[in-house]
Design a protein around this ligand. Structure first.
Ligand code: SF4
Length: 408
């Protein structure tokens, strides 16, 4: 039975919730990744089987709003953005919560201004050991409203276990992202670690593992992304790969393979068990489900795709990447970006925020693929569907129960 979180009604959508409930009860083993078609006549939406809020995000939202409820009159701070959704963050700000740091770790309010009776919310990405310790030294219990996702903590735990067993941890992530900074910090106390952003960086690291590049060059190539005191080549003898949970799961797998092959090239296949750890069990279920659903969705012929989520959301941008080159994709943060039939504002991952004209094809029936990042509320997805449907005067209403019954 999935856990039910107490999150504000404004984030829920009866319509989307009903689709998800029906799909879940018809496919309890989560094996059917086929999309859900919502046919409104001139426009048909093909919804990814899995999209939107994940366990960790709902858990974090529940904790943040509980912190507000439990502590009237107290100063409440979020270490940084709660999740990467601008609407959720701005709602918390409007209720009096303040951010201590930006998403990149720049200090907005000095720790020295905190008092022991302040309330601190640790976001879903978690935070560094240093910050946990800093808060404790100020007399603040960081565990009271610690919204670190259990799946992120699982990565920390496994990384630390392996580090204690003498493995170096290769973290697949963006080294400036809150979660990767936290994971790097949590692991490096127990052993060496190094962050690689993508396959290209993993290939470079593999060359050091195989001993193909001068050792000193490592500290240039991985400056700021390897733990203090890292030793080359000694710390590249036993490796385990974990990830920032929102990275492309397939890319993490490929990076893992690259590291494994490099270790085999250096020590031979017979020694693989002593030199390479199996860490497949640390991959986040939600990231994997949303990405696999997006791949399945792309098998449906369509005119375009819409992906909804905050612009700084790593997992949303990976859903968009999966679409690129296969179908025109529009990455919108909310329904307001859909200006008209003629014009849409959206994030192009290569150019920044752009406005595209004539984005909807002139056809009798337009097919649109739809997905959303793990930090995007269902209500926002419903608003996007309603907005697009409103651009087709002959469209049936979205919340038409009989259509939903036929569609799901
Ligand atoms: S994407 Fe996964 S790890 Fe990240 S918050 Fe959601 S459930 Fe947790």
């Amino acid at each position: 039975m999935p856990k039910h979180f107490n999150i504000p009604r404004a984030y829920r959508s009866d319509f989307i919730g009903e689709i998800k409930r029906r799909r879940a009860s018809a496919d309890t083993r989560k094996e059917d990744l086929s999309p859900t078609a919502i046919d409104l006549g001139p426009v048909c939406f093909h919804m990814a089987r899995f999209f939107g809020f994940c366990y960790g995000v709902e858990n974090a939202i529940e904790i943040a709003y509980r912190a507000l409820e439990d502590n009237p009159g107290k100063r409440i701070f979020l270490l940084s953005e709660m999740i990467h959704n601008p609407h959720v963050n701005s709602d918390l700000l409007s209720r009096g919560v303040s951010f201590l740091q930006t998403a990149h770790g720049e200090q907005l309010i000095p720790f020295s201004e905190l008092r022991s009776d302040d309330v601190i919310i640790v976001p879903a990405f978690g935070t560094t050991r240093e910050i946990f310790e800093k808060l404790e030294s100020l007399g603040i219990n960081p565990q009271s409203y610690n919204a670190t996702c259990p799946f992120v903590e699982k990565v920390w735990k496994r990384g630390r276990q392996l580090a204690q067993q003498g493995y170096t941890i290769v973290i697949h992530g963006k080294h400036t992202h809150e979660e990767t900074r936290a994971t790097f910090s949590q692991i490096r106390i127990d052993g060496p670690s190094v962050v690689v952003r993508d396959k290209a960086e993993a290939e470079l690291l593999a060359r050091y593992v195989r001993g193909e590049l001068p050792d000193e060059q490592f500290f240039v190539d991985f400056a700021g992304r390897s733990s203090p005191g890292f030793r080359v080549p000694d710390d590249l003898r036993r490796l385990g790969v974990v990830n920032q949970t929102t990275m492309l799961a397939e890319e993490t797998h490929e990076i893992s393979q690259l590291m494994r092959e490099a270790v085999v090239a250096r020590f031979g296949v017979d020694a693989i068990e002593q030199h390479f750890a199996d860490t497949r069990d640390t991959l986040c279920y939600a990231t994997s489900e949303n990405q696999r659903s997006m791949r399945a969705l792309l098998e449906s012929p369509a005119d375009l795709a819409i992906v909804v989520g905050g612009y700084n959301s790593s997992n949303t941008s990976h859903l968009v990447e999966l679409c690129e080159g296969k179908v025109p994709v529009f990455y919108v943060k909310d329904a307001d970006e859909i200006h008209s039939r003629e014009e849409i504002q959206h994030l192009d991952l290569h150019k920044g925020v752009v406005t595209t004209k004539s984005w909807l094809p002139q056809k009798d029936k337009v097919h649109i693929l739809v997905s959303a990042g793990a930090s995007c509320p269902d209500a926002m997805v419903e608003a996007v569907l309603s907005r697009v449907a409103s651009l087709f005067p002959q469209s049936r209403p979205l919340q038409d129960g009989s259509r939903l019954a036929a569609a799901v």
